[in-house]
Design a protein around this ligand. Sequence first.
Ligand code: ANZ
Ligand code: ZN
Length: 814
Amino acid sequence: MPYSADIDRKWQKKWADTEIYKFNPDNIDKKLYCLEMFSYPSGANLHVGHWYNYSLTDSWARMKRMQGYEVFHPMGFDAFGLPAENYAIKTGIHPEDSTLKNIETMEQQLKELGATFDWDYEIKTCMPDYYKWTQWLFLQLYKAGLAYRKNAPVNWCPKCNTVLANEQVINGTCERCESEVTKRDLTQWFFKITAYAQELIDKLDILDWPEKTKKIQTNWIGRSEGAEIEFQVADQELSFKVFTTRADTLYGVTYVVLAPENPLVDKITTAENRAAIEKYIEDTKKQTDIERLSTTKEKTGAFTGAYAVHPITGEKVPIWIADYVLASYGTGCVMAVPAHDERDFDFATKYSLPIKRVIKSADGTNDDLPFCEYGLLVNSAEFDGVSSDDARIGIVKKLEADKKGSLKINYRLRDWLVSRQRYWGAPIPVIYCEHCGEVAVPEKDLPVMLPYNVEFKPDGESPLKKCDEFINTVCPKCGGPAKRDADTLDTFVCSSWYYLRYPDNKNSDKPFDTEWINKILPVDKYVGGAEHAAMHLLYARFITKALRDLGYVNFDEPFLSLVHQGTILGSDGNKMSKSKGNTISPDEYVRKYGSDIFRMYLGFGFNYVDGGPWSDDGLKAISRFVGRIERLVESLAEQKQKTSRTDMDKDDKELNYARHFAIKNATQDTERFQFNTSISRCMELVNALYKYDAEVKVKNIKLFEDTISDLVKLVSPFAPHFAEEQWELLGYEYSIFNQPWPQYDDKALTKDTIEIAVQINGTVRGKIDISANADNSEAEAAALADDKIKQFLEGKEIKKVIVVKGRLVNIVAK
Ligand code: ANZ
Ligand code: ZN
């Protein structure tokens, strides 16, 4: 029976009945934790992207399994969050109902894909037995001071009606709906990821991750080495610090700028400037940080009427506010040096503030320009002629001695905003009591259940606020009336620790058993989209480190090796989207060709990490390839009874070479997620087998069979159902996936004889086969013993023989 979807079903049933992919914890010494980023059950179907990620990572996992690893390969659903909620809002179906239904469909499809997932370890983050522990995680961070609430201007998406983390704002717009993001002052929960900023940079070194992703994280964390310098407010007992990376420009400060949000502004603003300052503060609120930092935006600001005292010269410089200074970075105060900073230059020019040059270029080329970046200091008695680099250190040292400044490292990374004004998420386990204030829900009272009967349509307030049965409670401390926190946790909190729950998903006493988790983690291979570089992948690293410091795990990093799959685009080269009508439905192809052909095509048609535009041309080639293997298996069956040889002649050696060449290279390529070339190697081996089958009359049947069986093993990761079927037809024991992966033999790959040319007086007169490691005298002897050469030499006297090792023998004769 030629391969079809029926064969998929046959083997899927057998795999399920025999529980072949069940993880065996007793075999932990050989463990290999292989994980794909789990999916949002937001739409109803698996799309090509899921197939691409899951089926090919499964291919990798299958090879590892055959190589003797005890592969832990779980699957689950990131089931809370905006996509599910928005889908529910659109369809009018309750998020829980739609989500659970979608999960069912997706589970079914994932099974049809034919992967090695051990479904016993499945998790769904929207279920109380999971989110109980998400809430537990929150409480651990809270107790450790790593979760805190503060009032802050936050990113607000008016369409999604919720706050967004900084990472979710892309060029000033919401990453989900692309609406323009505005700012709101709200009291929100944050996780203190900044406490780990340095380690999050440093430990990247030990990770086998794509360099680009490491770079994105490093940039997102944004370490900046500089100094904090203190300025006194003139005639007042007030002071503030600025953060600068250019202490060398200190002598060029002609004014200072505070962020409009800085609380000091209110204290120092003079009566006559107050109205203008207040208006400016209001205007600033309408803008996002990204807009404020835009270099093309015209600089604006307002004068407070107050002055600051220069820490070295004692000069008085005016204090301004301007939106180009962000409240959330550094100290929120800047010393302005218009001669050497472009933004300050624009600002000073606009408001006619003085510009004072204190650096000249080393070669004097741009000294008549209004500003230059680095060079030698001028106009600064003590540091005259000193280079920018040296002056930076010298000036900070001088300030340090006067207690007016110190070296300081800043990070661009902000704490992670985790509360959302939405329904479909894990409720935040905190209670507010009139007497006791903020009270954490005791762990024994977890989970704080998400109620079902809630008006979840968003109106800017947390839907849970209007749910009386949820919001009203009693204080765990004093028993008095109290209210629950009405916000839910960002879904990225659910996914920041899910890899820790999989291996112990049924534990009802703890989120996971530490001893067990320390054995099975870290994840050895993690595969998922590159778009998670600055969010999920950073959050998960942070949570692992926090749990390590709290004693729950003993490793530093959750994901040792990371691969990003590429994106499959529509055939028009655009991102697949329903509105463009360029989406590909895997289901149709799977029905028509079977899962394996679709899987193998995904592996063959693209470079895994690049992806590319869809085309189904290659599908037919894969279909033919599969048919060719089937015919080889049939041909072998027919010939098995025939007379056979057992020696290794030239043809046999050639086939054996092709076999071991394929094993070596396909293994290496699959290991590196280079599936396309791995499959090409298998195709080459099929060609070699066809040649052997057609040309060799009396075959070495054992060699023929062993080569076919190795071939079937090599393709088995990509076409698991098909390979299982061929394995059975070959008459071998179930299952191919319990077989060892083929090993290549280096000896078969070194050719034992080579052909070299024989020249007489510089003219090629013949070719001889000699042993590949023959030395010069053996080569010479072989050349002289050759009949044809002997004829040429008849009657001549040999004067000299020159051997070029491995290439030729030249005989000089007269
Ligand atoms: C004086 C100066 C002179 C500066 C000069 C630069 C060039 P990075 O590298 O990104 O850390 N700055 C400090 N805090 C700021 C804030 N809250 N909002 C906007 N800008 C701020 O940048 C540090 C530099 O950005 C600091 O060094 C400061 O300007 C500015 F020729 O101080 B500099
Ligand atoms: Zn109380």
